[in-house]
Design a protein around this ligand. Structure first.
Ligand SMILES: [Zn+2]
Length: 468
């Protein structure tokens, strides 16, 4: 309503001005190059307005002629970009589906179209990797390093390539560079922790663990586990440099983070015993035994308590049994010590108890010793040893990544080089066929060993009859 009113007022004003101008007396006379132009003022007024309108039209036409190539170019580029992204999407899908031909076709299409270089390079690299052309892939990843937007992605590609080649030194340098760009990315932190650990840079590795913990990229229990491992490695390094006090302190810090970390417990207990802290050393072993009984813990307990008579050794080991009543490891350790002391009856009792659970070769070897020691029955002993050879193997260090068996604990698997992957357990665990055989064997053992449990009138077995 208001606008209409303004127009009405404006038109009325313009009309009034035009009438006023037309009514004005006077004339315009223009002399130029010998020509004379005479006109009324109102005519001149109309002429000026017509000229202004014509100029405006001419400006618009020229403007269109001047800018149209650019406009056409923009339209073309937008279309090209649109097609480029469609090709890119098709290429990514082809890579995900493992279709090399389609991926390469998409790469060629994106090269001619408008696609942001980082994305085009990424597709080129992935298609090359799919085809197995690692050199072309590396070139694309390296080209990505030049652009800050794609540098991080390029570093990841190169890092994966280095790890695949087993070039840990280059991989570490790439991981450190990636850490500077994004210190919170999970792949950066996990790789950095492992690579610093493998390189033996224990303090740097620990800093990476702390960074990962702060960024919530590692579970708290995994962080504790890895820090314990690194502290233990530092403790050993200090020990190698004959700095036993530092070694002891570091080992204790490792145990504070992970009380059942057997290698650290054994190491710390021996160092503590060396300076006379026998009680503390024993406490560490007992504590670790409670959650993870390992024969090396029992061995260390005996070692730090030496010199011992066979009877005294039994006294040292007995508390282990009360910590985990009915546990196989405890029974085996005590049975062995009792056999050393020629306490046949008690040894037989522990072996009988051990046979009630899941037992292994060690039980049968101890049975052989019992038969030989108590009854001097070499035939029976041989039978037990034969059974031992068929029994499930005793627990061993096994890589949870590749399944490689190791005699001793180590920071890295000798086969797949995974860090902290060795776990104590039976070699056959996880194999269902072996497991079934194992269970069948245990069933047989239980029925056979019923004879060795005390308070039975037949302390001596006739194995050749019972076993077959
Ligand atoms: Zn392995």
């Amino acid at each position: 309503m208001g606008r209409i009113l303004i127009y009405v007022v404006l038109i009325t004003a313009a009309g009034s001005v035009a009438v006023w101008v037309a009514e004005q007396p006077g004339e315009v006379r223009l002399t130029w190059q010998g020509y004379l132009l005479e006109s009324s003022v109102s005519m001149l007024f109309v002429l000026v307005i017509v000229c202004a309108v014509l100029l405006a039209i001419a400006y618009e036409v020229l403007n269109f002629i001047f800018y149209s190539p650019r406009l056409i170019h923009t339209i073309r580029r937008n279309r090209s970009r649109e097609r480029g992204y469609r090709s890119l999407t098709r290429g990514m899908v082809a890579v995900a589906a493992g279709d090399v031909k389609a991926a390469k076709r998409a790469v060629r299409a994106t090269e001619a179209l408008h696609v942001e270089p980082p994305l085009r390079l990424l597709l080129t690299a992935q298609a090359a990797q799919l085809e197995g052309d690692e050199i072309a892939a590396r070139e694309s990843f390296q080209a990505m390093l030049a652009d800050p937007e794609s540098e991080f992605l390029g570093l990841r590609g190169l890092l994966v390539q280095s790890l695949r080649k087993g070039d840990k030194v280059t991989a570490l340098a790439l991981a450190r560079r990636a850490f500077e760009i994004n210190p919170r990315a999970e792949w950066v932190l996990t790789n950095l922790i492992d690579l610093e650990t493998i390189a033996g840079n224990w303090p740097d590795a620990e800093q990476s663990v702390i960074a990962a913990q702060r960024a919530k990229r590692i579970k708290p229990e995994n962080a504790r586990r890895r820090r314990a491992l690194l502290l233990y490695q530092r403790a050993q390094a200090a020990f190698d440099q004959t700095d036993e006090k530092t070694a002891r302190d570091l080992a204790m810090r490792a145990i504070n983070l992970r009380a059942d970390f057997m290698p650290a417990v054994v190491f710390a207990a021996k160092l503590l015993a060396k300076v006379g802290h026998l009680k503390r050393a024993r406490k560490l072993i007992m504590h670790a035994w409670q959650t993870a009984p390992h024969p090396d813990l029992a061995d260390t307990l005996v070692q730090i308590s030496e010199p011992l008579t066979p009877l005294a050794r039994i006294k040292v080991l007995e508390p282990l049994m009360s910590l985990r009543p009915g546990d196989l490891e405890g029974h085996l350790v005590l049975a062995s010590a009792l056999l050393d002391a020629s306490l046949w009856g008690a040894a037989r009792e522990h072996l009988g108890q051990a046979s009630r659970g899941m037992s292994d070769q060690r039980l049968y070897r101890l049975m052989a010793r019992l038969e030989e020691g108590e009854n001097n029955d070499e035939g029976a002993a041989r039978q037990w040893l034969l059974k031992a050879s068929r029994a499930p193997s005793e627990p061993i260090w096994k890589c949870r990544v590749c399944g490689e068996i190791a005699n001793n604990w180590g920071i890295q698997c000798s086969s797949c080089e995974a860090v902290d992957s060795l776990e104590w357990g039976t070699a056959n665990s996880g194999d269902s066929v072996d497991r079934r055989q194992e269970l069948a064997f245990v069933k047989w053992t239980k029925s056979t060993l019923e004879n060795v449990i005390p308070n039975r009138p037949t302390p001596r077995m006739n194995l050749s009859q019972k076993s077959e």
